[in-house]
Every structure is written in structure tokens, then in C-alpha cells.
Design a binder for this molecule. Structure first.
Ligand code: G6P
Length: 466
């Protein structure tokens, strides 16, 4: 059996606490895949140093080996804060208004991808399967091929892929996608993002594309692009729900809401998550239902993210201002309608909060998948499940069709959805839950890993070095 070499910007260890618990799920799944196949997980240590040396730090913990490198402040600025998070992230989330196009950060991005390739290559054995993750590392496969790596290399994009008409606003877009076609398998979260990628390859690159199979023939290369919707670790969430940490967290929340219904949101503080729009929708609900103000408490957990990037500093300020305004206008001596919590929580605590919340609101303006939606469903009590309000623009909406689907841009739509959720009879909650839980349980993180690795094994081919 081949070993697995996983390469991502960040190396997450099993007990990592992701902003939304989600990273913990992914970390757990990839860790268990690594335990099964053997291999290593390579990435940036998260440390900023004076100079990038490419020196590898190896750690083995519980059968999983991680290999990390430090990056210089200059590299972090250009590669991570710059091209990855000020160019590709906003562009991939359809935010041309926030997308910055700087050749210099583009060069830094290419330089760090080259550093990754240089450092990881000596760790790769000839039979290893290589699995690269996310928008930070789009050209890495091509950089590895340039170093003579002939292994099967797969790539999974955790974010959306934008429609071709948006993507072509990126200078050198063609060069970037050409590098991606050095991968054997490219995975997307949904058919929608896959379709946009295939369309781009056909219309802009002139590749031969078979939409039914996702086979892309370009110059002398064949790549297979497919959708692999990521899932949560069902068993792990059930375990976490049963812990005393989860029970205590749930009790704390219930005790503090004093018989009012709790509605929860859990998001990294990111403009793609639609947080100000969500507050507007809640405010509209209070305006339209003055008799219900005392029925609802909204709890927004939003750990800050990418704090050195200007657009993230602005969204944080905007959210603080809006929350403050509504609380100022709507609070009574014994009620604060919105609780805004700026820190992350463990998955166990989140499980407790999810179960104690009658409603979960997940309203990104655009999201590759959104695992909070799936975590919430997985954490519900089957006898008294809560209601999920979900943006139609989240990848998860393709599977969780029985959520209360909303247009996150419309305050009226969200206001109506909150009312529907608050008033939803038990029978209807159970019916919707039964449909959603089936997909969350069956299409879990382990089947995602197995499907991707299975395709990489069967569809990948042996390569001639470039
Ligand atoms: C998204 C990305 C991940 C990233 C995570 C946290 O989910 O798809 O690649 O790791 O956000 O963001 P950060 O910039 O803190 O790694």
C-alpha cells in the first residue's frame, strides 16, 4: 500500500481547535488516513522568522509524522496575507471589490510554492501518493513535477471556484490553471465549482473536456476533475456530544438564556460568512416581530482570523459596530439580544452549544462547503432536533436541501426564516432532520478521504518528468 504525503499551508494536529471546529474534523480525518496509510503531513509551521531557510522540523506524535518549515515575515506577507488571502480568497468568493492584484505578491506566492517543493521533495518516496490542499498551493504540483517528482499527485480545493468571467480578471490566470493541470486528480466541494473550472478549461484554455467524467485533456496531459463534498467526523462528534465538557457547555448556555430560544452562529470572522448581513436580518426580525423580541437570543461565536489583512480588520470593525448598535437599541435591563463572542471553542463545547440551540444560522454569501452546518445537524438530539437556517450559496446547501434555505443578502428573507424556525412544529423538525442527518452521517469525512484517495490511486498515471 502506498504512503500518503499530505501538503497544506497549515499542518493541523488532531487536537487542533479550528475556528469553527471544522478544522479539527479535517485534521482528525487526515490524521486517521495518515495512520492507516502511513506517511507525512507537510506545511508551514505558522512561525514567522527572519529568513526562510526551508529547514524541516520533523515531529512524530501518535503514529503521525508532521514536517514543517518556518517562513520569513516577508514571505508570509506576500504569500499568505498577500496573494493567498488578498487576491485568491476574495476572488474565489466572488468578491472582486476586495480582490487586490499585485505582481509582487504573485511572485512571493510562486517563491513560497517553490520553497515548499524544494523542502518536501527529499521526503517523497517513489510509491507515495501526494495530496495537496487548498488555494495557497495551486501551482505546487507543477513545481514538484519540475523537480522530477513522478508520483501521483492530487489536489483538493476547499473553497469555491469562481465562474470563468470572474476568474479571468486575475492577471496570469492562464498560467496558474496550466500549472494545476499537472495534477492527476483535482477535487472540488460541489458540482457548481467543478462546472466553473471545467468551463474555464474548455473556453479559455481550449482544453478537451468531457463533462460527464471530468476528464480534461490538455497538451500532453490528462487530469480528472471531480466533486468530493467534504463531510464531518460523525463518530467523533457523537463522542464529543457525550462528554461532560459538552454537557456543561450546553447547560451553561441554557441557564443563561432563561427559557428564551437560542439561535447560534459559529464562523471565522471573514467577510465571506455574511455576518453583517446576518445582523441586518436579525434586526429586521426584531422590527417585524416586536412581540418576539423576548423569545430569541442570538449568540455569534466569531474568532478573529487573518488579522494582518485590511479587509479582515474592516469586517471586524463593521460587525462590532452593528452588534453594538442593535444591542444599544434593543436591550432591556434583563435582555441583551445579541451575544458576540470573539474567541474559539473546542469541538466538545461547540457540540454542547449546538445541542442547546434551537436554531443554527449559517448564512455565508459564498462558501466552498461549510462544515458548521453539518456539525450542527450531527450534534442534534434526534427526539428534539433544532432547525438549520442555511444560505443557498453555501456548498452544503447542495446536500442539506431540507434546511430552511435563505438568500443571505435579503434581510426580509432571513427574518421570515427565523420566524419559521421558531414556530416549526416538532414533527416537521424531525422530518427535516431525518433527511439531513442521513447525508451528514453517510457522506462523512472518512468516505470523503477514501473516495479521493481511491480515485487518485485508480485514475492517476505514472509520469515522465517535465
Ligand atoms: C478556510 C481555508 C483553509 C484555512 C482555514 C483557516 O477553511 O479553506 O485552508 O486553513 O480557512 O484559515 P487560516 O488562514 O487561519 O488558515
Amino acid at each position: 500500500m502506498s504512503r500518503l504525503v499530505i501538503i497544506s499551508n497549515r499542518v493541523a494536529v488532531a487536537k487542533a481547535r479550528g475556528a469553527a471546529g471544522a478544522q479539527g474534523g479535517l485534521a482528525g480525518a487526515l490524521n486517521s488516513a495518515l495512520k492507516k496509510f502511513g506517511g507525512i503531513w507537510f506545511g508551514w509551521s505558522g512561525e514567522e522568522v527572519e529568513e526562510t531557510t526551508g529547514h524541516i522540523q520533523l515531529h512524530t506524535n501518535d503514529g503521525v509524522t508532521t514536517a514543517t518549515i518556518d517562513l520569513s515575515k516577508h514571505d508570509v506577507d506576500e504569500y499568505y496575507n498577500g496573494y493567498a488571502n488578498s487576491t485568491l480568497w476574495p476572488l474565489f468568493h466572488y468578491r472582486l471589490d476586495l480582490t487586490e492584484y499585485e505582481n509582487e505578491t504573485g511572485r512571493g506566492y510562486e517563491r513560497v510554492n517553490e520553497t515548499f517543493a524544494q523542502s518536501v521533495t527529499p521526503l517523497i518516496d517513489p510509491d507515495d501518493l501526494i495530496w495537496v490542499h487548498d488555494y495557497h498551493l495551486l501551482p505546487l504540483g507543477e513545481r514538484l513535477r519540475a523537480r522530477g517528482v513522478k508520483n501521483r499527485i492530487g489536489f483538493f480545493l476547499h473553497t469555491p471556484w469562481p465562474p470563468a468571467r470572474l476568474f479571468v480578471s486575475l492577471p496570469y490566470h492562464e498560467r496558474l490553471v496550466r500549472t494545476m493541470l499537472e495534477y492527476d486528480v483535482i477535487g472540488f466541494q460541489t458540482d457548481e465549482w467543478l462546472g466553473s473550472f471545467l468551463h474555464y478549461c474548455e473556453k479559455e484554455l481550449g482544453a478537451e473536456v468531457d463533462e460527464a467524467t471530468g476528464r480534461i485533456a490538455f497538451e500532453d496531459r490528462i487530469t480528472h476533475a471531480r466533486a468530493y463534498p467534504i463531510g464531518v467526523d460523525w463518530d467523533h462528534i457523537q463522542e464529543q456530544c457525550g462528554t461532560s465538557e459538552a454537557r456543561q457547555a450546553g447547560q451553561r448556555l441554557l441557564a443563561s438564556t432563561r427559557h428564551r430560544s437560542a439561535m447560534i452562529g459559529v464562523d471565522r470572522l471573514d467577510y465571506s460568512k455574511g455576518l453583517p448581513e446576518r445582523i441586518d436580518g436579525i434586526s429586521r426580525f426584531f422590527d417585524q416581530n416586536p412581540d418576539r423580541v423576548r423569545d430569541l437570543i442570538f449568540i455569534q461565536i466569531a474568532p478573529p482570523s487573518r488579522e494582518d489583512v485590511g479587509s479582515y480588520q474592516r469586517i471586524r470593525a463593521e460587525l462590532e459596530q452593528k452588534t453594538g448598535q442593535i444591542n444599544g437599541a434593543r436591550s432591556e435591563v434583563d435582555i441583551v439580544p445579541i451575544r458576540y463572542v470573539n474567541r474559539g471553542h473546542s469541538l466538545a463545547e461547540l457540540c454542547g452549544f449546538y445541542r442547546a440551540s434551537k436554531i443554527c444560522v449559517v448564512t455565508p454569501l459564498r462558501d466552498g462547503m461549510n462544515l458548521v452546518a453539518k456539525e450542527y445537524v450531527a450534534a442534534q438530539d434526534p427526539e428534539d432536533p433544532g432547525v438549520l437556517i442555511l444560505s443557498q450559496f453555501a456548498g452544503a446547501a447542495h446536500q442539506l436541501t431540507e434546511a430552511v434555505l435563505v438568500n443571505p443578502h435579503s434581510p426580509d428573507n432571513l427574518s421570515r426564516a427565523i420566524r419559521t424556525a421558531l414556530d416549526m412544529p416538532l414533527e416537521e423538525r424531525k422530518r427535516r432532520y431525518a433527511s439531513m442527518v442521513k447525508s451528514v452521517r453517510e457522506e462523512d469525512i472518512h468516505s470523503w478521504t477514501a473516495n479521493f484517495v481511491g480515485d487518485l490511486t485508480s485514475l492517476g498515471v505514472d509520469h515522465v518528468p517535465v
